[in-house]
Ligand binder design. Sequence first.
Ligand SMILES: *[C@@H]1O[C@H](CO)[C@@H](O)[C@H](O)[C@H]1NC(C)=O
Ligand SMILES: *[C@@H]1O[C@H](CO)[C@@H](O)[C@H](O)[C@H]1NC(C)=O
Ligand SMILES: *[C@@H]1O[C@H](CO)[C@@H](O)[C@H](O)[C@H]1NC(C)=O
Ligand SMILES: *[C@@H]1O[C@H](CO)[C@@H](O)[C@H](O)[C@H]1NC(C)=O
Length: 180
Amino acid sequence: MSIGKLVQKAYFILIFFLVSNSYAWAFKAEEPCKRLVLYYHDILFDGTDGVNATSAAATNATKLGNTTFGMLVVFDDPVTKDKHLVSPPVARAQGFYFYDTKYVYNAWFAYTLVFNSSEYKGTINIMGADLMPEKTRDLSVVGGTGDFFMTRGIATFETDAVEGIKYFRLKMDIKLYECY
Ligand SMILES: *[C@@H]1O[C@H](CO)[C@@H](O)[C@H](O)[C@H]1NC(C)=O
Ligand SMILES: *[C@@H]1O[C@H](CO)[C@@H](O)[C@H](O)[C@H]1NC(C)=O
Ligand SMILES: *[C@@H]1O[C@H](CO)[C@@H](O)[C@H](O)[C@H]1NC(C)=O
Ligand SMILES: *[C@@H]1O[C@H](CO)[C@@H](O)[C@H](O)[C@H]1NC(C)=O
């Protein structure tokens, strides 16, 4: 190899190194600017417990598959800082989920966390697939208002308790990467 070719090769390697390094820097995940760990309690209306229920099926499941495909549940659920349903709620979770897979339980969520306390006022909007067989699932935080103005981030779900179809509890680990 001639000296000229060698120099050219070294030059390209140097350029490649610089470019790939700057990309790595540009896309490096940052630390969240705010983090909230909250518990979501869903008590499905069974037709009789109108006092305690916080969600209700608005459509019945279809006959496709065996995992309630097409059932849509609208909820106004309490959200607490710890696992206890009786703890004072710090927010409401208002929105819906529906089941969208034939042979495994999978849901799709779109909802707003509504905060109206002395600690926080405002909303966080969350949507995405809840791939229930996974231990943890990441949903997108797509926006916010008030104390969470224009926020974005990730809400990591983990199923914390299930009591038949009547009740389930999710741990939501909300990591916000944009705070203003
Ligand atoms: C509602 O919840 C309260 C407190 O947990 C319980 O005592 C009551 O029996 C519940 N009512 C119904 C209809 O399930
Ligand atoms: C669901 O099905 C039940 C009976 O199978 C019926 O009573 C009820 O009205 C249906 N609900 C909706 C929202 O279609
Ligand atoms: C649904 O049916 C499929 C195929 O028959 C089966 O493999 C699966 O275990 C069933 N799922 C549930 C939740 O019953
Ligand atoms: C928020 O709380 C205040 C004070 O308790 C109350 O007046 C207001 O109606 C609440 N707003 C919502 C949207 O719940």
